[in-house]
Write a protein that binds this ligand. Structure first.
Ligand code: MF3
Ligand code: CO
Length: 291
């Protein structure tokens, strides 16, 4: 049993402040949304300032690793070389690549090319060619804190169609970020993402989404990018999650490669693009913790 927290009890967040001077008003507000039938976060999804500080430090390394990849990526390079770059830079920052060994994932980063949607495994056999579009998805553990972000790279130059897909996928993520505000819903963010994709004739993957992140690699909530406005979980200051829509040039249908059990492909073989940030919900909007 747990006893109801009284006004003068220490707050559940561990700040040492009295509940009434800390999270009490926020909890009351959350409860009022729950009573209206909305999905609301529980305390485990609301990070303290110290935790967000830790995730921000992890995120700085994640950004540095992606910047390092950006400096070195070039045609003729294998995706295994990208994996080595990520491993090298992450270790140089005294951090650990989160993908390595995660549920059996064999490498330190995901590299997904052209019609690969996500979770591609770096390989000596996959050589970047002019015209390829590749997502490099980096996740870092630093002092126990997790961050996660990914970017698209165009190898030299590509077709106008692929270039547009990469640009629009980024705009979709940015449109989602702009809707991150406390006391709005994850569905508001999702609707902004999905509308922008649809306006451009693209589709957003339904079966794979984003996630809470920070103390673990993948935390609740599941973050959809195809939900209607006003649905899904209420956003509350202190929540930290990823915005990482996968945007397909063709249909939203995807399948898993049965030979490696990881790589996700578009069903119709058309290209897919993805950008990802880790964001925190603040008192008046958002903060990007990893890009
Ligand atoms: N970075 C991916 C994400 O955005 C997670 C990949 S899991 C892994 O959620 F094991 F493949 F790394
Ligand atoms: Co992620």
């Amino acid at each position: 049993m747990h006893k109801k927290l009284e006004r003068n009890d220490p707050c559940w967040c561990g700040s040492g402040k009295k509940y009434k001077a800390c999270h009490m008003r926020m909890d009351e507000k959350i409860r009022s949304f729950a009573l209206e039938g909305h999905i609301v976060p529980d305390h485990s999804m609301i990070k303290t300032k110290e935790q967000i500080d830790g995730i921000r430090e992890s995120g700085k390394i994640n950004i540095a690793v992606l910047d390092y990849v950006a400096e070195h990526i070039r045609p003729g390079m294998s995706t295994a070389e990208i994996d080595r770059l990520v491993e090298e830079k992450t270790r140089a920052c005294d951090a650990v690549p989160a993908p390595l060994g995660y549920e059996g994932f064999p490498k330190s980063v995901c590299t997904s090319i052209n019609d690969q949607v996500c979770h591609g495994i770096p390989s000596e056999d996959v050589i970047l060619q002019e015209g390829d579009i590749v997502n490099v998805d980096v996740s870092t553990i630093y002092k126990g804190y997790f961050s996660d972000s990914s970017r698209m790279f165009i190898i030299d130059s590509t077709t106008p169609e692929r270039e547009k897909l990469v640009r629009v996928a980024k705009e979709c993520m940015e449109a989602g970020i702009r809707e991150v505000k406390p006391w709005q819903f994850l569905g508001d963010m999702a609707d902004a993402v999905n509308s922008h994709a649809k306006e451009n004739g693209y589709s957003v993957v339904v079966d794979i989404g984003g996630h809470g992140v920070g103390l673990e690699f993948h935390e609740d909530p599941f973050v959809s990018y195809v939900a209607p406005k006003g649905t899904e979980m209420l956003m509350v200051p202190g929540m930290v999650f990823t915005i990482e829509p996968m945007v397909n040039a063709g249909s939203a249908d995807v399948y898993v490669d049965e030979s490696d059990d990881w790589t996700i492909y578009t069903e119709d073989g058309q290209p897919s693009a993805q950008w990802e940030v880790t964001v925190a919900v603040t008192e008046d909007g958002y903060e990007i913790l990893a890009y």
